[in-house]
Structure formats: structure tokens, C-alpha cells
Design a protein around this ligand. Structure first.
Ligand SMILES: NC(=O)c1ccc[n+]([C@@H]2O[C@H](COP(=O)([O-])OP(=O)(O)OC[C@H]3O[C@@H](n4cnc5c(N)ncnc54)[C@H](OP(=O)(O)O)[C@@H]3O)[C@@H](O)[C@H]2O)c1
Length: 257
């Protein structure tokens, strides 16, 4: 029997925008209770109105790169929010497009701290409770970038390759428990991702999505909902989804006007 999300507690990191927000909306539509985290709590609050159907919503101002803050936030959850059923490790970013030998150290630090260490910190804080309750599903956001490195993106790609290894290892480590572990690996999705990568340069970000139909955040949320609603004995290990006009990390088909 497929699983029902009604009243399940879903903790989504990076829920203030893009894929995280679309996932929150899709889970809300199925009656889930939403624990939503991001640095911009004001954005989480202003999106409450778009979370129709949610059992309940609790927002957290949280920077996943701050391990002490992550531990504190999870330990301090109100009693009725502690039994997290689904963790979506979605918070992530890219910074810049540079050759490795010309890269900016602070960009590297931020990507590794967020996409790799942040994912580990949140996982370490949440999963022990799932193990002791004997139920839970961890969904990590990977990328086509973790499967094939593209030029000028080595460090971002490396963080997503790390996500792939961590997801695989977590699944191995949880073998023998009822917990499930999934990586969702999208290709190009139109979100704030490129604007963040180019530090607010909207024109440059818009060029990424020019003359091509990218995935929408809702397309990715749909894959996440699919993974978490399978019958309890089914583990969707990975979902790789791209726009039709994208073959892999390197090959895109753009229409000419
Ligand atoms: N867009 C794509 O083409 C694409 C493709 C494959 C995979 N992905 C992955 O999908 C995930 C979501 O990205 P998106 O495309 O939806 O981008 P987005 O629209 O920029 O959303 C990123 C989210 O991550 C949050 N975040 C960033 N740093 C954080 C931190 N230190 N602590 C807490 N939250 C943080 C942001 O919230 P605040 O700024 O409010 O903290 C925001 O809610 C990322 O892991 C990304 O690598 C994206």
C-alpha cells in the first residue's frame, strides 16, 4: 500500500525558495505537518499562505553550516514536532563558475560547508531519533552535477558527488532498520539557484534558462512525493530527472530564435 503523508512530520531544509518550497507545498497538499528551515525565516513565514492543506507549519531560522545551531534547533523542537518522519536535505547552493586553478577559496568553503557539511550536520542531528522510533525517510538533493563534472564547476560538482557517496553510505549504515534513503538528482531546474551562483546578477542568471525548457521546482517535488509515498517495503534509491532538452551535465539542446 502506498504511504499517506497526512499528519506525517516532514523537515525540509532550504524551504524558503525553489525545490524546497515546492516540496513543502506538495507535502502540504497531502496534509503533512511541515517543519521548514532556512536562513530567511521571513520568507518561510510569508509563504505560509501558499501551504494550503498542511496539517500544521513550524518555521525555523537555521543556517545548516552552523553545526552547533543545527544541534540546538533539533534538540529544542517543541515536543509535538520531535518525531520527524521525513527529512529532506535540500539546502544547497553554488557559487561562481571558475577553473579550479583560478577558483575563489571562499566560494569553495561556502559550497562545501553548505552542501556537504550542512547535510551531514542535519543528518547527524535528525536520524538517531528516526532510528530509535523505528521509522523515517531521508531524501537528499543530489544533481546530474554529481554524476558528471562540467567545466568551471568542479567544486560544486564535487559537493554533489559527495552527496551521492554519503547517501549511499547512509543507506548501507541503515540496513537492517526500516528507514529509507533516497537521492533525487535533477538536471537544470529554474529556481534562484543561478541568481545565487552569480551573486544577484539576474541577467546572467536568466541566460542559463534561455532558449530551453528547464525543469520546474514542482517537477522535482513530484519526484520527491513519489519516493516518499511508496509502500513501506520499497526504497526508491535514486531518481535522475532532466529536461528533455538536457542529456547530461554537459549536453543541452537550445532552440534558436
Ligand atoms: N536549480 C538546479 O538546477 C538544481 C539542480 C540540481 C540540484 N539542485 C539542488 O537543489 C537544492 C535546492 O536548490 P534550488 O535550485 O531550489 O535553489 P534555491 O532556489 O536557491 O534554493 C536554495 C535553498 O537553500 C537554502 N539555503 C542555502 N544555504 C543555506 C544554509 N546555509 N542554511 C540553510 N538554508 C540554506 C536557501 O534558503 P536561505 O537563503 O533562506 O537560507 C533556499 O531556500 C540544492 O541542494 C541544489 O544544489 C538544484
Amino acid at each position: 500500500m502506498s504511504q499517506d503523508l497526512a499528519q506525517k512530520i516532514a523537515f525540509i531544509t532550504g524551504a524558503s525558495s525553489g525545490i524546497g518550497l515546492a516540496t513543502a507545498r506538495a507535502f502540504a497538499a497531502q496534509g503533512a505537518r511541515l517543519l521548514l528551515a532556512a536562513r530567511r525565516q521571513d520568507r518561510l513565514e510569508s509563504e505560509r499562505a501558499t501551504l494550503a492543506g498542511a496539517g500544521d507549519v513550524h518555521t525555523l531560522q537555521l543556517d545548516v553550516t552552523d553545526h552547533a545551531a543545527v544541534e540546538r534547533a533539533i534538540a529544542a523542537l517543541p515536543q509535538q514536532w520531535q518525531a520527524i518522519d521525513i527529512l529532506v536535505n535540500n539546502a544547497g547552493l553554488s557559487r561562481g563558475l571558475d577553473k579550479v586553478y583560478e577558483g575563489k577559496r571562499l566560494d569553495w568553503e561556502e559550497m562545501i560547508d553548505t552542501n556537504v557539511k550542512g547535510l551531514l550536520y542535519v543528518t547527524r542531528a535528525v536520524v538517531p531519533g528516526m532510528v530509535s522510533r523505528g521509522r523515517g525517510h531521508i531524501v537528499n538533493l543530489g544533481s546530474t552535477a554529481g554524476r558528471m563534472t562540467y567545466p568551471n564547476g568542479a567544486v560544486y560538482c564535487a559537493t554533489k558527488a559527495a552527496e551521492r557517496s554519503i547517501t549511499e553510505g547512509l543507506r548501507e549504515d541503515l540496513l537492517g532498520t526500516p528507514l529509507r534513503v533516497t537521492t533525487i538528482d535533477p538536471g537544470m531546474v529554474e529556481t534562484e539557484f543561478s541568481e545565487v551562483r552569480f551573486r544577484g546578477d539576474k541577467a546572467r542568471a536568466a541566460k542559463v534558462y534561455e532558449n530551453i525548457k528547464p525543469l520546474t521546482p514542482e517537477d522535482v517535488a513530484d519526484a520527491i512525493v513519489y519516493a516518499v509515498t511508496r509502500p513501506a517495503h520499497v526504497n526508491i534509491s535514486e531518481v535522475l530527472l532532466t529536461p528533455v532538452a538536457q542529456a547530461n551535465s554537459l549536453l543541452f539542446h537550445r532552440t534558436t530564435k
